[in-house]
Design a protein around this ligand. Structure first.
Ligand SMILES: Nc1ncnc2c1ncn2[C@@H]1O[C@H](COP(=O)(O)OP(=O)(O)O)[C@@H](O)[C@H]1O
Ligand SMILES: [Mg+2]
Length: 254
């Protein structure tokens, strides 16, 4: 289970992001980037952040620590900005928090080249989770203390928006032509050899156990939160086997 922290102070919106994440302080006095259940696609975005973030961490990628941030909607009452006020008022209960990486810079491929090995691992992982949000326009990679960190896994696993057709959707190829790291000759075959065998049923059970129950209730067609957890694991397990063969748009992928 993710550590539970209570949000005690809303500091400021992080305006670059489309989903209006905020910078908040927790009752442990740490600063967190907070993603709200009341924003955009709501809980599903947060579930995707947890599944992909915790999977990435277990595969050895750098990902900010994730927590649940409990929000009392009264925190919104003093907010001058109407949009922020609405967001806080509609997001009572468990939201997602991640460690704020102080001083981190947005990734710029011209300023920070990566090896074909590291590019391969990240492109392979994005193909696995079907991440459409790691383009050179919007890399969702941060450089912190000289190293690359992965953030923003909200726009992944498109199949979880339509469970009845999830298997068909998850069988589709991944287009990496716009990927932020496509220019670094990603060695996706090496990444697949290293990472695919590590994406096991046990690992995915461990990862999906981290999703708070509150974000898994009421999904049509599913009885218990654990049923839905298994549904999250299934397409990832299937894709891990052949993800690298289904990556399109890379010149040196073979
Ligand atoms: N953990 C973090 N530490 C520091 N800055 C962050 C962190 N997470 C996000 N940011 C900053 O906030 C911006 C928006 O966050 P992101 O997760 O990409 O949200 P969105 O879904 O709105 O795009 C990022 O582009 C980055 O500049
Ligand atoms: Mg983003």
């Amino acid at each position: 289970m993710l550590t539970e922290v209570t949000a005690t102070r809303y500091i400021t919106p992080l305006r670059e992001g489309g989903s209006l994440p905020g910078l908040v302080e927790g009752d442990d006095l740490r600063a967190y980037v907070m993603k709200f259940t009341g924003a955009g696609q709501g809980r599903k975005t947060l579930v995707a952040e947890v599944v992909c973030g915790e999977l990435a961490r277990r595969l050895g990628f750098r990902v900010p620590r994730l927590v649940t941030l409990d929000l009392d909607p009264v925190l919104g009452l003093g907010e001058p900005d109407r949009q922020v006020q609405e967001l806080l008022r509609s997001s009572g209960g468990a939201n997602l928090g991640m460690d704020f990486l102080s001083g981190a810079l947005g990734y710029d491929p011209l300023a920070f080249p990566v090896t074909s090995e590291e590019a391969g691992r990240i492109v392979w992982f994005d193909a696995l989770i079907n991440n459409v949000d790691r383009s050179w326009r919007n890399p969702n990679l941060l450089v912190h203390q000289g190293q690359l960190w992965l953030i923003d896994h909200g726009a992944t696993m498109i199949w979880h928006h339509n469970w009845p057709s999830a298997d068909t959707s998850a069988a589709r190829p991944y287009d990496a032509s716009d990927h932020a790291l496509a220019r670094f000759a990603p060695d996706v075959a090496a990444a697949a050899a290293e990472l695919a065998p590590r994406v096991t049923e046990d690992l995915l059970a461990e990862v999906t156990a981290e999703i708070p129950d509150a974000w898994l209730t009421g999904e049509p067609g599913f009885g218990t939160p654990d049923d839905l957890r298994r549904a999250y694991a299934r397409p990832l397990l299937a894709r891990a086997v052949s993800a690298h063969e289904r990556i399109n748009g890379l010149q040196e992928s073979k």
